[in-house]
Write a new protein. Structure first.
Length: 186
């Protein structure tokens, strides 16, 4: 487990997780506001840091596929260039993992395989109430370029997708806007 700042603590518990946490299954690793991971530099940081949430930044137009979809059917439904990743869901619509479209089109992958065979991040997800800082920490921790957003660790219903690049851009924009407001430029 990567080390956390000295004022932070990691909590492990079995699934389902409580709301307000990043979920990593097998045993669920929770990192959130309760860990003190936020680094507040001044009183001005408090509001905007907490106001910028995953729910505000995520894309809700997520493309999904059943986890048992054959690779040949997947390739037909999602040609190269149509999207970067597709969210695989089980028969109850619960998050099962992420399929990288380019990997599904790899020549060495048999057409008879299923999406389940190439899932990425099946146990890594974000919750909509997490802050931008918590989401950015999750991308680093899980070595992911994008993570799915689910309604809760228990129900795992897909509600969106957030990419690391978008989260960093929105965080940077909010930080710059706050800096300009403090300097009286806005």
């Amino acid at each position: 487990m990567p080390s956390l700042p000295s004022q932070a603590r990691a909590i492990s518990c079995p699934l389902p997780s409580s709301e307000g946490s990043i979920v990593s299954a097998q045993t669920s690793t929770l990192i959130g506001a309760e860990t003190g991971i936020e680094s507040i530099r001044s009183a001005a940081d408090v509001g905007w840091v907490r106001d910028l949430t995953v729910g505000q930044m995520m894309r809700s137009d997520v493309r999904t596929t059943p986890v048992e979809t054959s690779i040949s059917a997947f390739r037909e439904a999602f040609p190269l260039g149509s999207t970067n990743q597709v969210i695989a869901v089980d028969e109850d619509g619960r998050y099962a993992g992420m399929v990288i479209v380019a990997e599904a089109h790899a020549a060495e992958l048999p057409a008879t395989a299923s999406a389940r065979d190439i899932l990425r991040h099946p146990d890594h997800m974000l919750l909509p109430q997490l802050t931008a800082q918590e989401a950015i920490a999750a991308f680093d921790r899980f070595e992911a370029e994008a993570l799915v957003v689910v309604d809760s660790g228990e129900h795992r219903q897909v509600i969106g997708l957030l990419s690391e690049a978008h989260a960093l851009r929105r965080y940077s924009d909010a930080s710059e806007r706050q800096r300009r407001e403090l300097l009286g430029e806005l």
